[in-house]
Design a binder for this molecule. Sequence first.
Ligand code: GDP
Ligand code: MN
Length: 350
Amino acid sequence: VYGKKIDEPKTAKLTYNQLHSVEYELANATLLTLVRNKELEDIVFTIRQIEETWNHQFHYPYTFMNDEEFTEEFKQTVKRHTSGECYFAVIPSAMWAKPAHIDATKQKQGVAKLQDNKVQYAGMESYHNMCRFNSGLFYHLEELKKFKWYWRFEPATNYFCHVDYDIFKFMEDNNKTYGFTISLYDDPLTVETLWPVTLDYIRANPHSVNPNGAFKWLTDVNQNPDITKQANGYSTCHFWSNFEVANMDFYRDEPYSKWFDALDKNGGFYYERWGDAPVHSIGVGLFEDKSKVHWFRDIGYHHSPYSNCPNSERCSRCKKGDFANSELDNQNCLSNWIKYEMTFKDLQQY
Ligand code: GDP
Ligand code: MN
């Protein structure tokens, strides 16, 4: 798959030309980012690339989320660089701040253990808030209720390839729920009890599990037995969530949202450092049909320190075929997804 030239999708009806046909209706979708005022320059850097490679053809709206008010300067500046409507959402503190049931002593002990092991952001409470919010709360924001689809993006990320079809319509037309570009192992210390807590939940709620879930991918022990052992049975392989395109109704529906409530009650977002990427991935892997997950191999993308750079003429400014520099290559677990869960149809069709 890697060596092959990528020139996708083959589905002619999804190309740009469709836009010039009489009645092109956008999907019910928004570009979405959680961002701080001080990241203005970095978010503009990324918006310019999203516009240049994709959104100038469609003018999808943007939603900017923040736990504080955006400054006038922030709002005016992003508006100058976006071709779609801009919405600004201030996150209510009930969705952002640490919930009252978190035990301060347990949190302190948990953080200390992570810090002893040099886990990044362990002592930064806002990072834990962010992971919890992105895992199970953002899609309840008043400003997002009207939308079904989102494309998450982050400040200072790169989009390298021209994509001339409507990504949201692609998801809709092909009955997809979740799309990603990069898939990685996680630091097992950040999610030590995420899998056992999840198993408790599904033992109590066995019918919530999708019979065609991505179980092998979630529990693989072959590629990285030590990691899977440390994470108590979870391979830690996850879709990197700093780029993702997904249907929020999946999160809003009971299987995912009830499971998230159980995770939240457990407190692992604060006692450990459960990330929204493994949470989304386990949620999708357990509660959705694996055929509804799509690997966007044609979206050239970089978030430090990893890239997805397709071997295609549509991509500029990245090294073709690049994943990362070699010492980081062993973090890549995309091959597990392809090997265990990707359907033949998904490999062939688009
Ligand atoms: P990393 O990718 O795991 O290193 O984490 P980032 O620092 O990139 O944070 C993930 C996303 O959340 C980025 O879009 C950040 O801009 C955003 N973010 C992180 N912390 C905060 C915060 O305290 N407030 C706001 N508004 N956004 C945040
Ligand atoms: Mn980031």
